[in-house]
Design a protein around this ligand. Structure first.
Ligand code: ZN
Length: 247
């Protein structure tokens, strides 16, 4: 079963690549079919096999020989692994399905934020709707708890945005409201702090060497997404660790 979940993850990962590439450019997700962006060569079924096709083609387009970004198989593998972790942690089918959707959204948002410094409403607000609807059917959280998550995480970031006078984007606010709809307030608010901590550590070398000034605009989205994903799986472990360290 774990193997099947992994294969499903690879296939969904391949679809996430399409969304990451096409959605910000306003292109259709389904039409035209997958093709080489340089020569337009339409990919055969064999060339559409996740990861394996990349290895078989040695990372090059079969038609024109242009290098295919290593990012494609990496995203596919990453999605496969994250799907397995979801499967291990959530035995309830509804929660598992919600987890797979939630993780997929965070992967897409991270990559689009990296590439374009935007977090599209279709994904953040759309995902928020999905998370909220799921809460009606979930046994682990209530509808009120999901709503509290949306308001707490979105509200906190909105406040930070007001206080920092634009240091925080509207996309970040909507994304964390989406996270709250899936996780409820405690994990969502903790994700903001964890994301900020990871961002600080990641940017520390740049800040110390003076390459990154305090006024430099840094994309915060990928760190928020990473913090959210970590706490989606390991909130209990990290809360325990925090209590042992500081209380
Ligand atoms: Zn080509």
């Amino acid at each position: 079963m774990i193997f099947l979940i992994f294969i499903l993850g690879l296939i969904i990962g391949s679809f996430l690549n399409v969304v990451i590439y096409r959605l910000p450019e306003g292109k259709s997700i389904v039409d035209p079919p997958s093709h080489c962006p340089v020569c337009g060569h339409k990919l055969s079924p064999l060339e559409l096999i996740p990861v394996l096709s990349y290895i078989l083609l040695r990372g090059k387009c079969k038609s024109c020989g242009v290098d295919i970004s290593i990012r494609y198989p990496v995203i596919e593998l990453l999605t496969g692994i994250i799907f397995i972790i979801n499967y291990i942690y959530f035995s309830d089918l509804i929660i598992l399905t919600g987890g797979l959707i939630f993780s997929s959204l965070l992967i897409i948002l991270t990559m689009i934020d990296f590439d374009h410094q935007i977090l599209p409403d279709k994904l953040t607000l759309g995902g928020l709707g999905v998370g909220f609807i799921f809460s009606f059917f979930r046994s682990d959280i209530t509808v009120i708890y999901s709503l509290a998550g949306i308001l707490a995480a979105g509200g906190l970031l909105f406040l930070i945005a007001l206080l920092s006078k634009g240091g925080m984007g509207g996309g970040d606010i909507k994304m964390m409201a989406m996270v709250g709809s899936f996780t409820g307030p405690i994990i969502a608010v903790s994700s903001i702090f964890l994301g900020a901590m990871i961002a600080l550590i990641a940017h520390l070398p740049g800040l110390v060497s003076g390459k990154t000034g305090m006024k430099t605009k840094l994309p915060f989205g990928p760190f928020l997404a990473l913090g959210s994903l970590i706490l989606w799986f390991w909130s209990e472990e990290l809360f325990d660790l925090y209590i042992n360290l500081f209380i």
